[in-house]
Design a protein around this ligand. Structure first.
Ligand code: NAP
Length: 463
């Protein structure tokens, strides 16, 4: 099975890709043998849109315990009461998660660790598309914060918990909702240093709402495909999914002529959230280890954003992004978490944060990283009820084992030597492998927590 990064880039262009995806592609229905009974799933941003529909879909497949992670517990509770009526035997919880706050993310993860006996599937779906520039309490621009930074932080923090709690023979999965629009990011600030801070100042990077959404998804692809290189698919499968243009509230803030045009286009071309949720179920419950690190569109493994194939630029920028992002998450000991998981030493951690380096051909904008209110949070390991922190001896041992991930990263042919491309770029080998992945998902034992607790709605204000 060919993974996304070993495919040729998709050169089909926006219009032909859009027409093919929206009008000529019928999504496969979920295989009948997918049975989620006994399993536990988390869906972020599940009080509406695609998150809610995928949650509903998982419940119809027999899911035993669903945690919907929402920023408004009150609205989440209203949604849950409807889900509960149609699925009386499932345990459905509403937990607070504000993706603009690192503290909220840490508290959510801590709760997962403390209260969930196992976690089989996570769909990191919460996302925004904003028309106006704004900064969050972390000091970062909102779209980058929610769609990129907070999403990858949540993925990193959940990894060891998923691994530790998975029953023998079960491979847990994290599916991150991405977008085909990542391919259309122009990424004008790609050579600014530091890179992340360059999104936070409109004088450095001009505000363009569509570009910001697209690049937020591109950053996700760059980081997550590298993260997947550091994690064994036997421990946790990480993949990314594109749902296609869908009738949801995502672009609700788009006003004026652009809003009218988009609504018109959506009215005749967009999928319903129910239909598009098939893509989420495919990525999180049908696909298996063959999808690790890949981007899935129309339920098939698809090339990554075209930018990622531009060697060596993409490699250098990915390294910059990787190091700056891990620096950003030092308050949560993200490097330590990855070191501990990457027992084959694939994390490629560097001692001198790249974000503090200058030069090397990159444009040195001398941006000062502003103090981040949200950064002054505790490592998860120091929060009550969490595991002991990594010992320094352990860190030294792990560090000695480490060697740079770059040695493994993007070991692919340069753009110029790919054979004639044409078409969608979807390799025939991207075909689904349901039987393999289904067998991986065999459930060892039912969820103990569900017994006797069906129908409960639990709330937690953590932020
Ligand atoms: N719709 C499309 O055509 C399309 C296409 C490609 C990819 N996607 C992706 O699909 C995902 C779901 O979007 P959607 O189309 O279903 O849009 P949506 O209806 O607007 O849903 C977005 C969800 O994210 C939540 N969210 C936003 N900011 C949050 C924050 N700071 N903290 C916690 N939750 C937050 C929202 O909660 P509130 O209700 O509280 O705002 C909502 O539940 C997004 O990642 C989006 O980028 C959508």
């Amino acid at each position: 099975m060919v993974s996304s990064k070993d495919m040729a880039p998709d050169t089909s262009g926006y219009v032909s890709s859009f027409i093919k995806n929206q009008f000529f592609t019928k999504l496969p229905t979920t295989p009948k043998d997918i049975d989620l009974s006994g399993q536990v799933a988390i869906v972020t941003g599940a009080n509406g849109g695609l998150g809610l529909e995928s949650a509903r879909h998982m419940l119809t497949l027999g899911l035993s315990h669903l945690v919907i992670a929402v920023r408004s517990v009150e609205r989440g509770r209203a949604v849950v009461s409807k889900l509960q009526t149609s699925n009386p035997s499932a345990k459905i919880d509403v937990w607070s998660l504000e993706m603009e706050s690192y503290q909220s993310i840490q508290a959510f993860v801590q709760r997962c660790e403390k209260e969930l006996a196992r976690i089989d599937m996570v769909i990191l779906n919460a996302g925004v598309a904003e028309t106006e520039f704004s900064l969050t309490s972390t000091g970062h621009e909102k779209v980058i914060q929610v769609n990129y930074l907070s999403t990858v932080l949540l993925a990193i923090l959940l990894l060891p918990i998923l691994k530790a709690k998975s029953p023998v023979g079960v491979t847990p999965r994290i599916t991150v909702v991405n977008s085909i629009m990542s391919t259309y990011a122009k990424f004008p600030n790609q050579n600014k240093r530091p890179l992340l801070a360059s999104f936070d100042d409109t004088k450095v990077t001009a505000w363009d709402p569509a570009e910001r959404y697209n690049v937020s998804k591109l950053l996700g692809q760059l980081f997550l495909s590298r993260l997947a290189d550091c994690i064994k698919p036997e421990d946790v499968v990480i993949n990314m999914v594109e749902p296609g243009l869908t009738k949801t509230g995502l672009f609700r803030n788009l006003r004026g002529i652009a809003g009218v045009i988009l609504n018109l286009i959506k009215s005749f071309s967009a999928k319903t959230a129910e239909e598009a949720s098939l893509t989420y179920i495919d990525a999180v419950a049908v696909k298996g280890k063959e999808s690790h690190g890949s981007f899935i569109a129309n339920c098939e493994i698809h090339p990554l954003a075209t930018f990622t194939y531009h060697n060596p630029e993409a490699k250098a920028i990915t390294t910059q992004l990787w190091e700056e992002t891990l620096d950003e998450f030092s308050f949560a000991d993200a490097r330590g978490i990855l070191q501990a998981l990457s027992n084959s030493g694939l994390v490629g951690l560097v001692k001198t944060p790249v974000s503090r380096q200058r030069g090397g051909g990159a444009e040195s904008s001398q941006l000062a990283s502003p103090p981040r209110a949200g950064k002054h949070t505790a490592p998860l390991s120091s929060l009550p009820g969490s595991r002991p922190p990594f010992s320094s001896a352990h860190s030294v041992r792990s560090s000695l084992r480490l060697y740079r991930c770059e040695a493994f990263y993007l070991p692919r042919t340069s753009l110029g030597v790919w054979p004639s491309l044409g078409g969608s770029g979807v390799d025939a080998a991207g075909a689904r492998s349901q039987s393999v992945s289904q067998s991986e998902k065999q459930v060892e034992k039912p969820v103990e927590e569900s017994a006797g607790s069906a129908g409960s709605v639990e709330t937690a204000e953590t932020a």
